[in-house]
Design a protein around this ligand. Structure first.
Ligand code: ASP
Ligand code: MG
Length: 389
């Protein structure tokens, strides 16, 4: 069989009939170049947001299983419509739900993890000369056989997982931007498109707010050796290739500046200075599936004193985080303070590994702008500062 390419189209790329037809043309074009093509689609435009709003209209606390039944429909609509558009271009195409496509996940509704891709049905359809459209963002749970979704932006991960299972030549992520930029071009007008970027850098960028690829998709791609090409669906020019850090890639000191406006900070006061204190707190959060980001704790200055622990969570997880911690109040900590409106600005660059003095410069720049730093965390290739939103 010919080489396989996976093409993923984001919500803006399939927003209306015209966009779907143009995505269909792009897909057909690839097929006519001789590739076997699987296209993974997101829901059209703001569909997922609208579905969430519908759920919130009828319930203050929608059941996660039913949420997944609801949210998974958006991607199915996009795929069925795109298949029809491809038929009109004279090609065979079939659409599949995540479940039909063999995307098996764990049981964690609304943020399920892919545990297996049983791609035989996709393969069989490709062999019958079909273009295969796979509904992104969803799968089926292995034990309960329920529809699950993979978390916001999850279609990227669907596409990478399908690409890995099919041993695809590349996973192309078609989006409304030209690629991965050195900063958000809406804020930094002279931001540049990166031709290549390493998995490590993109992971740090995605984790620190760059919206271009879902964090989990990059992890999955790195773990399975999937080449990602992130490019525009409105433009023919090549975008950004994400690949393993290697000899061909130059390592600039700073690759990108990223930011996020959707952080919340929780500070726990009066944490016992004893083994197991942190474990208890973060086990409770992990049990509630809260994605904790930056954690800061200090040894109390005076002997026998109590410690403070601060950490950040995505704002959307704040309510769940509080609920998970409340039962521990009085024992694992004395008081919980939440700061809802935090932001984060980060500098990412593989070249930082071997260059001292970058942190000092970052803090100097923020100081020069009168920005107060709340929390700092670093990795060998990243410096992040939590600041006021
Ligand atoms: N439609 C889903 C979302 O908006 C998944 C995706 O677009 O990747 O999060
Ligand atoms: Mg999306």
């Amino acid at each position: 069989m010919s080489a396989t390419i996976v093409m993923k189209f984001g919500g803006t790329s399939v927003a209306d009939a015209e966009h779907i037809q143009s995505a269909a043309r792009r897909i057909v074009h690839k097929r006519e170049e001789g590739y076997s093509v699987v296209a993974v689609l997101s829901a059209r435009g703001k569909t997922t947001d609208e579905l969430i709003a519908m759920a919130e209209e009828v319930s203050a606390d929608p059941d996660p299983r039913e949420m997944d039944m609801l949210l998974s429909t958006g991607e199915r609509i996009a795929c069925a419509l795109c298949a029809m558009a491809i038929h009109d271009l004279g090609h065979r195409a079939i659409s599949l739900t995540g479940s039909q496509a063999g995307i098996v996940t764990d049981e964690s509704h609304t943020k399920a993890l892919i545990v297996d891709v049983r791609a035989d049905r996709i393969r069989a359809a490709l062999e019958k000369d079909n273009i295969v459209l796979v509904a992104g963002f969803q799968g089926v749970s292995s034990a309960g056989r329920d529809v699950t979704t993979l978390g916001r932006g999850g279609s990227d991960t669907s596409a990478v997982a399908v690409a890995a299972a099919l041993d695809a030549q590349v996973c192309e992520i078609y989006t409304d931007v030209l690629g991965v930029f050195t900063a958000d071009p809406r804020i930094v007008p002279d931001a540049r498109k990166l031709e290549t970027v390493s998995f490590e850098e993109v992971l740090e960028m995605a984790a620190s707010g760059a919206g271009v690829l879902q964090l989990r998709s990059v992890e999955y791609a790195r773990n399975h050796g999937v080449r990602i090409h992130c490019r525009s669906s409105f433009d023919e020019q090549p975008g950004t290739v994400v690949e393993a850090e290697g000899d061909t890639m130059e390592q600039p000191l700073i690759t990108a500046v990223t930011h996020s406006r959707s952080e919340s900070r929780i500070t726990l006061i009066g944490v016992p200075d004893a083994p197991g204190a942190a474990a208890r707190i973060f086990e409770a959060l992990a049990g509630a599936n809260v994605n904790v980001d930056m954690i800061v704790q200090n040894e109390p200055a005076s002997a026998g004193g109590l410690a403070e622990i601060s950490f950040t969570v995505p704002r959307e997880d704040l309510r769940v985080a509080r609920a998970a911690l409340e039962p521990l109040a009085g024992e694992a900590f004395a008081e919980l303070h939440a700061h809802e409106e935090m932001g984060k600005v980060s500098i990412v660059g593989a070249g930082m590994r071997s260059h001292p003095g970058v942190a000092a410069k970052v803090f100097g720049v923020l100081a020069g702008e009168g920005v107060n730093i709340d929390m700092i965390s670093t990795s060998p290739i990243k410096i992040s500062c939590v600041i006021d939103r």
